[in-house]
Each structure stands twice: as C-alpha cells, then as structure tokens.
Ligand binder design. Structure first.
Ligand SMILES: Cc1cc2nc3c(=O)[nH]c(=O)nc-3n(C[C@H](O)[C@H](O)[C@H](O)COP(=O)(O)OP(=O)(O)OC[C@H]3O[C@@H](n4cnc5c(N)ncnc54)[C@H](O)[C@@H]3O)c2cc1C
Length: 461
C-alpha cells in the first residue's frame, strides 16, 4: 500500500509494507490449488522417480540458474543427469546478481511486467507452472535457504545476503539428487543421430543422450560464460528466433547535460515510448557520468535499445521527477509571496537537481514566485512533470542484466519446455524470448523454466 503525505510543498511517499510472511500466506490461500499441486509434484518427483528398464540419459548444457534447476529436477525424477559447464565453476551470473546478494525472487509477482514478442498467454502459463509461493517453499524447505524481504524494494534475498550460498547450495542439491557436474566442458555442437542426441565437446569424445536441455543463457555480460552459442545452435536447428536485444541496461546521452549531477539519485516515474512500444517504471533513478542508471532506467531501457538498433533512435523518454502532479505543482508555484522558484523546487528535489531543472526550463532559481510569468510557470511545471530526458545510446550487452528476444515460445511445449521441432530437445532460461523487470523476475523465469525442462526431459518418452 502507498500513502502520499503532502506537507507544504514536500511530498513524502511512504510504503506501508505488510510483512512478506503475511503476503505470502494470503496469496498462498488464493493460489492454494496450483501451489499445492506444484509442491505435491515436487515431493512425488523426489520419492517416486520415474523408472524404466534404463534411466533416461539427460545432458544439461550450462550450469547457470536455469541449468542448475533443470539438473536438480531431472535427477530427482530418476534421470541419469550430466550437467556440462564451460567455466570452471558455473553460476557466475548468480554470483554477481543483486550486487553479490542475489535477489532470488520478487516478494510479489505482477505477471504483466514480463516482456515477450511471443504470446503473453504462453508466457503466463509457463510462469504459473511453478507459482511464486511454491518457489519460495522450494528454496526455504528443499534447499534450506531462508529468504528475507527487503521491504522498500519488495525483493527477496537469502538471509545470509550471500549470492555464493545460492549458487553453492543449488549445485550441492543437484549432486545430492544424483546429477554429475562436469565443469571446464565447452559444448561445440549437438545433433540427433540414429535415435539419440550426440553432444560434441571441445577436445573430448562426444556424449550420447536421450534428451538435451539447452540452458546456455543469452548474450548479456559474456564474461560470465554465456556468449550466445546456444542461441546460434538452436537457430541452426531450425527454431524461429525473435531478434535479440540488450535489456535492463544503463542509458547514455552524448553530450551529457547532467554530467555534473553524477551520483545524485532519487525516485522518479519514467515513460519510454516508440510508436506502439511503450514502457513505464516507477523507482530508483541515478545520474551517471555518461547518462542514467538505476532500476527505473533499466526497466524501460529495452524500448530505447530497440529504437536505436532497429530504427532511428527516436523513442521519447519522459520523466516525472516527484510525486507531485501538474495541479500540485501549479499550486506550489502559485504567483504569491517572495519565496524563490529555486527554494520551492528544492523542497521536493535534491538541491543540485532542482537548480539544474529550473535552469533547463530557462528560469533563474533566484526568481521570486510573484515575478514568475504564466508561460514560465507552465514551462517549469512541464519540465517537472513531463520533462524530456535526452538520450543517445545505451551500455548494451556489456552491462545488460538480460537478453530480450530469443527462441519463440510458440515452438516450445509450455508444460515440458520441449521443442516442438525436435523431440528430446528442451530449452530453459534466458535463451527463450522473455524477460522481466528488475526485482527477481528473471531468476523466477529461470527457476520455473529450468524445473519444467528437468521434469520434462526426465519423463518425456
Ligand atoms: C549483473 C547482473 C545482475 C543480475 N541480478 C539479478 C537479480 O538480482 N535477480 C534476478 O532475478 N536476475 C538478475 N540478473 C539476471 C539473471 O542473472 C539471469 O536472468 C539468469 O542468470 C539467466 O539464467 P540462465 O541459466 O538462463 O543463463 P546464465 O546464467 O547465463 O547461464 C548460462 C550458463 O551456460 C554456460 N554455457 C554457455 N554456453 C556454453 C557451452 N557452449 N558449453 C557449456 N556451457 C555453456 C555459461 O557458462 C553459463 O554458466 C542479473 C544479471 C546480471 C548480468
């Protein structure tokens, strides 16, 4: 719940946060059906693995968030599971996530905030296959990792605040459930030959598998191991790709009119719009040397990136600098008294930013309210409520937290994550055409698709 208190010209925004435990149990009540179903399925998987004459051989490529989860569930369901990873340890994005604390999940989920060029219905069905409370229960009960909420951001973190614990415990659970982990193993090709999948490795004999799970990630932050090989491989196999683009990345502007404000941060509302493509975000905003960053900027950045890479970079970026709307600012800047314009705006904004905005509206911060002309007031109000932020570029994949676009969800069975083009091939995580905002949404997607792929690969005949 949000309460907005207007004291003079100052707006305080207070978020009245109920505790996570309370909100979870409320949503658990609402979602008892699917949550109970998912938990029962997890328990049944563990205690009654699917058995045949020979266990299915499942190779998981990539030990990131999605691959680790896929290996846990494939092994739990009785498959002979091999987890291959090119780096020496795996899970490197988990290690750097959430500033080293790993924002493992959101505390509340708004499915409409996921972005895809595929069917939003398919995306929702996949997300609902492992509801948020069931995921929380998995981490707390099965993995033994207590989660705590950061109330101001509605994000869940491990109580230890250590991302390493998340990575290490997922890997340990995968091993306990029977998966083998082979680090330093670069996969170079996969083919289907004589009824089984052939997995080719760099400098080592090929492996044979009944099912292959591609959990190789996207293109963002390539030094973590995900360089887009999986995307290229799956495209070669004939899958339809939605164009990929950097998402959740800082925005640049050249020249940088606000460079002197570098380091100033505040809460804002942003709207990025490029024809029919639009994104809005309310949250943290940070001035950097070359532009803007912070959660609100990252959340709308994909609209600007796509406008630059596929068009003429003409997307508009509008900012509302405070919670005050047009009417409230009109009243606050009314033509009475000897107070200065700068003093009024400084009550609602950091002083350096307030002066910069008044100046950018063509006014002198020392101008008294009584002397302000009507058109000047209107210009300043527009700057404060619907200010145009200049932008010219972005930090791209180097800093992007995720990759937008990827394998079309239309070619994946949403129950099992099996390719509709190649039986026995399963896909999960960032390689798929979906991403969510800052706040644990992208791990939620990786965990849900990884689990579904693991169960699917172990069970699908
Ligand atoms: C700086 C940063 C911070 C983030 N913070 C958060 C956060 O707090 N919360 C959140 O929800 N999301 C966060 N994310 C996003 C999140 O990390 C990703 O969405 C998630 O890791 C994707 O998981 P994945 O398993 O699909 O891919 P990845 O994590 O990229 O894993 C892919 C794995 O496959 C391996 N691989 C690739 N190709 C091969 C090959 N040919 N052979 C063998 N192995 C291969 C790679 O080495 C890698 O280990 C963050 C991302 C970044 C970059």
């Amino acid at each position: 719940m949000q309460a907005i208190v207007i004291a003079g010209n100052v707006v305080l925004c207070v978020r009245l946060q109920t505790s996570y435990r309370k909100s979870t149990s409320q949503s658990q009540l609402k979602e008892r059906g699917p949550v109970e179903h998912a938990r029962a399925q997890d328990r049944a998987t563990l205690h009654k693995p699917v058995r045949g004459a020979q266990p299915r051989r499942v190779v998981v490529i990539g030990a990131g968030a999605a691959g680790l989860m896929a290996a846990i569930f494939a092994a739990s369901a009785g498959a002979k599971t091999l987890l291959l990873e090119r780096t020496k340890d795996g899970g490197r994005k988990i290690l750097i996530s959430g500033g080293g604390r790993c924002n493992i999940l959101p505390a509340q989920l708004d499915e409409s905030r996921f972005v895809t060029d595929s069917s939003p219905n398919t995306l929702r069905n996949i997300v609902r296959s492992w509801p948020l409370p069931a995921q929380v229960a998995f981490f707390e009960q099965d993995l033994g990792l207590k989660l705590v909420e950061e109330p101001e951001s509605a994000k869940l973190f491990p109580a230890s605040q250590r991302a390493r614990d998340v990575r290490d415990q997922l890997l340990a659970l995968a091993r306990r459930r029977g998966a083998e982990f082979w680090p330093n193993t670069l996969v170079t090709n996969i083919t289907f030959l004589n009824g089984s999948w052939q997995v080719e490795r760099d400098g080592a004999p090929r492996l044979e598998a009944d099912a292959v799970i591609m959990a190789t990630g996207g293109l963002s932050v390539p030094q973590t191991g995900s360089d887009g090989w999986g995307l290229r491989m799956v495209e070669q196999l004939g899958h339809t790709m939605h164009s990929t683009y950097a998402a959740l990345t800082p925005v640049l502007t050249e020249p940088a009119p606000f460079a002197a404000l570098s380091g100033v941060s505040l809460q804002v509302r942003l709207i990025a719009e490029d024809g029919p493509r639009k994104a809005t975000a309310t949250g943290g905003f940070l001035f950097t040397h070359g532009g803007y960053s912070g959660p609100a900027v990252l959340d709308i950045s994909h609209v600007l990136v796509r406008s630059r890479t596929s068009g003429d970079a003409s997307a508009g970026l509008l900012v509302q600098w405070t919670n005050l709307d047009e009417e409230a600012w009109q009243a606050a800047l009314g033509p009475d008294g000897t107070r200065t314009v700068g003093a009024v705006v400084r009550q609602a904004l950091p002083a350096r930013l307030a002066d910069a905005l008044v100046t950018s509206a063509g006014l002198n911060p020392a101008c008294q309210l009584a002397q302000l002309r009507r058109e000047e007031r209107l210009r300043l109000v527009k700057t404060l409520v619907r200010g145009e932020l200049p932008w010219t570029g972005d930090e791209g994949y180097k800093k992007a937290e995720v990759t937008g676009g990827g394998v079309s969800l239309a070619e994946i069975d949403p129950q099992t994550m099996e390719s509709r083009r190649h039986p026995g091939l399963f896909l999960c995580g960032e390689i798929l055409d979906a991403f969510g905002p800052i706040g644990g949404y992208n791990f939620l997607w990786a965990w849900a698709t990884g689990r579904a792929a693991g169960l699917g690969a172990a069970r699908t005949a």
